[in-house]
Design a protein around this ligand. Structure first.
Ligand SMILES: [Zn+2]
Length: 617
């Protein structure tokens, strides 16, 4: 065919026409017609040069990505299913073989441009037919190929770009992390999916990890489909079902003993049987019916136990053991609820059902108070205390101060809770705080008295008076702090900001994260033996944590438990986090003081092992 094309005899015109000619030749190139599933193993190369192979759970998805009789394909898959790579290979096919206009939307511009230029580019570079394809335009969010194909990446936050888009393939990734803001002109995903050129070859693909039950976009889209899932068959009883991490059992601390239980007959399934069953599985609808060839929206759900690819050998000989180890790690994480949520979202590829707000009752906390060998911690500390901090809440007629001891295993001991009466504008009030702050505690393992090493004072109000107090006491570890306005702010992250001259240091505290930890930890029940759970909060049975705080016996605990929480989506990160709110007119100073003392401990970030060693000397 190229030999039939005649060039102008004028050399300069020839040069001018070179690019246009190349484009024309690329467009005219006659290709053997291959389906994606046949083309990919022949043409796509992994970055290490080996040919691409579909995994069992990818094959049906790959067939349906280019099935012209489906309206859309929705994929809820575990982390490690190879979704990104599969879509990358499909992009290469759409561009090289079909010459289509391909669009990818991710929650923001940076994500999509990084994906195109790092992940996708790796596949393209390793694949000879892609590497040899000419480009007439190559910028971070846009690639125009000389065969007429185009690749566009847009962030869900770029409404203007989305409006101008004209594509044949509409791929939206991480749709559960797309945040809606008050300035939005409606649903971002809906806007993007209207940008099709309306031809027969139009394809709509959506993927995401699910987020919270009831708020998950990928769940909502999946429910509009034929709802297919990866079904396996028990070799003992013939029961056909889907794998789920809730079918796993293992000896605590021994993820290498993990196995599965068949929900049909109760038979133990070991790793080699799991692998065999997973590989022989198939997608069926939730009603166990075979997939229809078209005329509908297709949805796939696949959890991690269907995995047949690589795994990390560190936890035992198989992938099953790795999953058990990950689950154990989530249970032991500093914020276990958050870690379990991530596990459910990324391993089971399911949305997470929020626990009905969980916090203990004031009465039960009062009953859990401990009788220490010495009821007054100033006279003798519990031996586990290795560092002491203080949190101060400022009210118009008093300061409230809590002193907290910290030890290994994130355990803490509430040591003192005092109300210091007087106006924050009066020096006398602050003198009282100095007297309390400079008191020292006697530790049973050392003759050295233990001081309060760091104090955080809330500077939300009476800011000038608070800076006046903290400024000259910087070297004694006294700092101003304020709660962060950002929902997902970590408990303690940023460097302090300098306020005024000479500067007072102001720390930003992630109050929601701190309260989430405190409420989770207050729920722990004391163990029968000596091993307290990680993060256990010890409260002494003395007057300060009873009758003298809050007026009645459980008053202190009612303040500590004053706030209610709900899950909210952070507009900055798209993550769901617990948001705390204090009902109007309810006292919550005890909780605030604990939050500030916890942030002060986090700021110190000491090496408890070394402190413990030195104490014994
Ligand atoms: Zn069975």
């Amino acid at each position: 065919m190229p030999s039939d094309i005649q060039l102008s005899s004028a050399p300069f015109i020839e040069r001018l026409n070179q690019a246009a000619l190349q484009t024309a030749m690329d467009r005219l190139r006659v290709k053997p017609h291959l389906d994606f599933i046949d083309w990919a193993p022949l043409n796509i190369r992994n970055p290490d040069g080996t040919p691409f192979r579909f995994r069992p759970t990818q094959l049906q998805v790959a067939k349906d990505l280019f099935n012209p009789n489906l309206y859309s394909v929705t994929l809820k898959a575990y982390s490690g299913m190879g979704k990104t790579y599969l879509i990358g290979a499909a992009f290469a096919y759409a561009i090289e073989q079909l010459g289509l206009l391909v669009g990818a939307m991710m929650p923001n511009k940076v994500l999509v441009e990084d994906w195109i230029n790092d992940e996708l580019q790796k596949v393209f570079d390793a694949t000879p037919v892609m590497a040899s394809l000419g480009l007439s335009r190559d910028i971070r969010g846009q690639k125009l190929f000389t065969n007429g194909a185009e690749l566009h990446g847009v962030g869900a936050n770029s409404s203007g770009l989305i409006r101008r888009l004209q594509v044949d393939v509409m791929f939206s990734d991480e749709i559960d992390a797309i945040t809606q803001t008050s300035t939005d002109e409606g649903d971002k995903l809906g806007q993007f999916e209207k940008r099709g050129r309306g031809r027969k070859k139009q394809h709509m693909w959506r993927t995401s990890y699910p987020s919270m039950k009831g708020a998950s976009k990928i769940d909502a889209k999946y429910y509009e489909t034929d709802r297919c899932a990866w079904f396996v068959v028990c070799s003992e009883c013939g029961h056909q079902y889907t794998f789920h991490t809730s079918q796993m059992i293992w000896t605590p601390g021994r993820p290498d003993t993990a196995h599965l239980i068949c929900p049909g007959c109760g038979t133990k399934i070991d790793e080699s049987q799991r692998l065999q069953m997973a590989g022989a599985g198939q997608y069926l609808t939730r009603k166990k019916e075979p997939l229809k060839p078209g005329g509908l929206h297709r949805g796939f759900h696949v959890g991690c136990l269907a995995h047949t690819g690589d795994h990390n050998n560190a936890y035992g000989e198989g992938f099953l053991h790795e999953v058990a180890a990950e689950r154990e790690a989530a249970d032991k994480a500093e914020n276990p609820e958050k870690s379990k949520r991530v596990f459910v979202n990324t391993m089971d590829a399911e949305s997470y059902a929020e626990d009905v707000e969980s916090k203990p009752e004031a009465d039960s906390l009062y009953d859990k108070r401990e009788v220490w060998s010495e009821p007054d911690p100033f006279v003798e500390l519990p031996p586990g205390v290795l560092m002491i901090t203080m949190g101060v809440d400022v009210q118009k007629d008093r300061l409230e101060a809590m002193i907290v001891g910290w030890g290994a295993n994130s355990e803490s001991w509430l040591l003192s809770y005092r109300s210091l009466h007087g106006s924050p504008q009066s020096q006398k009030t602050w003198n009282q705080l100095d007297r309390l702050r400079l008191k020292k505690f006697k530790h049973p393992l050392t003759s050295q008295p233990m001081p309060v090493v760091c104090v955080f004072v809330d500077s939300g109000h009476w800011t000038t008076d608070i800076y006046q107090y903290t400024r000259p006491r910087l070297r004694q570890g006294v700092f101003a702090c304020k709660g962060s306005r950002t929902l997902s702010c970590p408990l303690m992250s940023n460097k302090p900001t300098k306020q005024g001259r000479p500067p007072a240091l102001l720390y930003e505290v992630g109050t929601h994260e701190a309260k989430d930890l405190i409420y989770q930890r207050l729920e722990f029940t004391p163990p029968a033996g000596k091993d307290f759970p990680m993060g256990y909060i010890h409260i002494p049975a003395n007057e300060e944590f009873g009758e003298t705080a809050g007026g009645e016996a459980t008053g202190f605990f009612e303040m500590l438990l004053a706030e209610d929480s709900q899950m909210k989506r952070c507009t900055k990160t798209g993550e769901f986090v617990r948001f705390f709110d204090c009902p109007k007119g309810t006292r919550n100073e005890a909780l605030d003081c604990f939050v500030y003392a916890m942030a002060a401990a986090r700021k110190m970030n000491p090496n408890f092992e070394r402190i413990a060693e030195n104490l014994g000397k």
